[in-house]
Structures are given as structure tokens and as C-alpha cells.
Write a protein that binds this ligand. Sequence first.
Ligand code: FES
Length: 281
Amino acid sequence: MSRNFRLRPLTESDDHGQEKSNLIDRRDFLRYSFNTAAGVITMASLGSIGFASLLMGQASADGGDSAVRFWVPTGAEDTVWYGDSHLQPMSYDAFVQASANSNTGMAGAQGVWSGMPVNVIYVPDNENKGSGLASNKPRFQYLEGYSDGGKYVGSGFEVTEKPEYSSLSIHDNLIIVFSRCPHLCCIPGWQLVTNDYTNDSWEAGGTESGGNKLFCICHSSRFDPTAIEKNSMGRGTPFDYIGIKKVGGPAPNGMPLVPFVLNGDMIEALPDFVDWYAYCS
Ligand code: FES
């Protein structure tokens, strides 16, 4: 079924008859994503695969345009749990199996969706949310969001309360994060380096405490993938978004969520908020 998506917020005049000019259809969105992908990959130095190869993978492999695929950085083939799955579509079961080998029950992976870098993180929320807060018992937390200047922006609970965010509602113990650092646009990773922020541990509160943070190797910004908040982008043209919280480092705020569905066992992302992913373009 064909769907149209807003590339950027409508202006007042758009609401009076010119809406069509600000909408992109699914094909346009994918082209837009691919056009930005070469820069993404070059900046991140995530691997040696050429952009053309990535496009071929998108076009010919199974999983379709919506599939989220593993991205294995060059040199990490023997160290990450998904090391033999480069550009393979992500299955939900792969994350469930990986989580069984973790102290915390969490599992994360680098990914690519429509040419854009993402992180996919499994959190045993359903198992832990009914019990008291405890170390290494992670669950999703809905927090109040404040801009870099200290202005209150909103609550992470809006994903459960506001119809416009309904596709972002947390489900199936999984989230997808658009992975461009709001500092200078590097790509934060899941346990691709070894330090206190990336060890397999968890503490509540969306603070510096505990590991399993998304870590940006460029200037050491840290993001808690279990801390869901509403915030305002501090880079580029300001806009509010739902995302994960920055808990340390020079980034002005956290990173936006990407909505998804499970198609059987396959993880497929939805382009409902493409205007949130252009701040590094
Ligand atoms: S680009 Fe991420 S901390 Fe600077």
C-alpha cells in the first residue's frame, strides 16, 4: 500500500492547499536516504564496503526496503555477536538468543536501514518492569526531557499518551535509535569499544551510572538506550522528538527513535518521522 510521509513540518500556507509539495512518497524517501548514505559511511569509517554494494544489498537481498540489516564494522567480525551477519536482515530471534548470553539480558547491534545508521537494542522490559528497580534488571524508563539550555520540553510518556507518537510506543522489548551523534555527527556504537560505559551492566535513572550505554567514540558522548524522553534537537533547525537520553559528553541532547514493526520474525522500520533524521545532512 502506498503511503506518503512529511519530509518536514508543514507551514501554515501548506495547510491551505499546497500540502502535496511537502510530502514525499515511500520511493522518494528511500532515494533521499540512499543519497545521504555515502556520507554516513565515509564519516563513520565503519567499514570498507562500498556504497554501491550496499545499494545492491538493499535491492536484491531478502527483507525488502523496510528491513533493518546488521552492519558489522571492519575489524569487528570476530568480536561482535553478529559478526557473520553483515547486511543480513535482522531477526527478532537473533536478539533474543544474544540476550541470553548477557548479564543484564540486554543485547544491541549496529544496523543500517535505508542507508542510514541505526542501533537496535533489546531490553528485557517485560520481564523486569513488574519488579522493583535493581541493578542489572533493565527496563525502559520514561523521563522528563530538558533542552541543553534547561528548558522543559516534555515527557517520554507521550509515546503512550499522544496519538501522533503511537507508532513509537515501546513494544516487544526492542527499540531502534537513529545513530548520528548530535554533537558532530559520528555514529555511536553498541559495545564496539571497551570501557565503563559499554560494559554489560545497568543502573536505573538515566544517569552516568552503569554500562550498556551507546558510546560515541569521537568525543565520548554517552546515551542511555533505556531512558526514553522527549527532547529538542540542539543541532540544525530545532524540532522536538522522542528519543533516548544523553547522559554524558558534549552532545547537546539524545538521539531520535525509529518506529518499527515485526513482520513475522523480521524487524522492519517505518518512515513515519523522516524529518527527525536529517540534522546531519
Ligand atoms: S561527534 Fe559524538 S561526541 Fe563528538
